[in-house]
Design a protein around this ligand. Structure first.
Ligand code: SAH
Length: 260
């Protein structure tokens, strides 16, 4: 055991990925830890179905983050995790998707490492993988895309500040996390930087959950379609020729209809 392990008298933080929403996409390790934890600190993206696996005796702390409130809240969350571990608790820090993909998991671990708190990380199914599967959109396909980019469409000063030339290259799929509020700007910038206005695009709300909605269109009409459909967060945006496969491969809505 390292000094770091002994410093917090047995307390430990497990940074666990909860997947995109469907509880059966949890890893076995995640389920085991949820059942054993003394405290769960969870984000707003974690679904109710996932929380059903939490031990009934565990303390549950909601650490949901709203946009633009990140800085202060993130520091508070870091301090909370350190405090709980120093009290000797077995803590599960539960995050939507995978903790190391747009999840600030790295930042939380840096705070734990600096405080000498022991930790472990459990990967989860990230939204790009899980949501694309449930939407029937393969992210790569030999005929359409040999590359896939994961980017964040989070707005800075009201605009999405992205590396547009790299996003408009041919034969690739672009997956945008947190891109709903910037969608209009993203579609416009891609066309301005040379993407075809009729490039297919999908926006998926609540991927892998019974409330899943998939809206497809092109760069030129998507912002309008999404507004018409009244989509709400969380939404994942997928841009590229692979989106054409959705019509043929959309199995999830089909499965729901069959079961109903
Ligand atoms: N760590 C997470 C991502 C956190 S960022 C992961 O690996 O998936 C939050 C963004 O993830 C949301 O704004 C949305 O773009 C995407 N997202 C997460 N779950 C989703 C879901 N079930 N359906 C659609 N988008 C989702």
């Amino acid at each position: 055991m390292t000094q770091a392990h002994t410093a917090c008298a047995g307390g430990r933080v497990y940074l666990v990925g909860a997947g995109p929403g469907e509880p059966e996409l949890l890893t076995l390790r995640a389920v085991r830890l949820l059942q054993q934890a003394e405290v769960i600190v969870y984000d707003n993206l974690v679904s109710d179905g996932v929380l059903e696996f939490v031990s009934p005796t565990a303390e549950r702390i909601y650490a949901g983050k709203r946009r633009n409130e990140h800085t202060l809240r993130q520091a508070q969350i870091n301090a909370l995790l350190v405090k709980l571990a120093r009290e000797g608790k077995q803590v599960v820090r539960l995050k939507g998707g995978d903790p190391f993909i747009f999840g600030r998991g790295g930042e939380e671990l840096q705070a734990l490492a600096a405080a000498g708190v022991a930790f472990e990380v459990v990967p989860g199914v990230t939204a790009a993988a899980g949501v694309a599967c449930y939407a029937g959109i393969p992210l790569t396909h030999r005929d359409y895309a040999q590359r896939c980019l994961f980017v964040t469409g989070h707005l800075k000063d009201g605009t999405a500040d992205l590396d547009w030339p790299s996003l408009v290259r041919a034969n690739q799929t672009v997956v945008i996390y947190m891109g709903l509020s910037g969608l209009h700007d993203i579609c416009r910038q891609m066309v301005l930087h040379g993407a075809a206005p009729d490039l297919p695009i999908a926006v998926v709300q609540d991927g892998s959950m019974p409330t899943q909605v998939v809206v497809t269109g092109t760069l030129s009409n998507m912002a309008e379609r999404v507004a018409q459909a009244g989509l709400k967060s969380p939404c994942l945006t997928i841009i590229g020729e692979v989106v054409k496969l959705h019509q043929e491969l959309a199995w999830y809505a089909l499965a729901n209809a069959t079961l109903a």
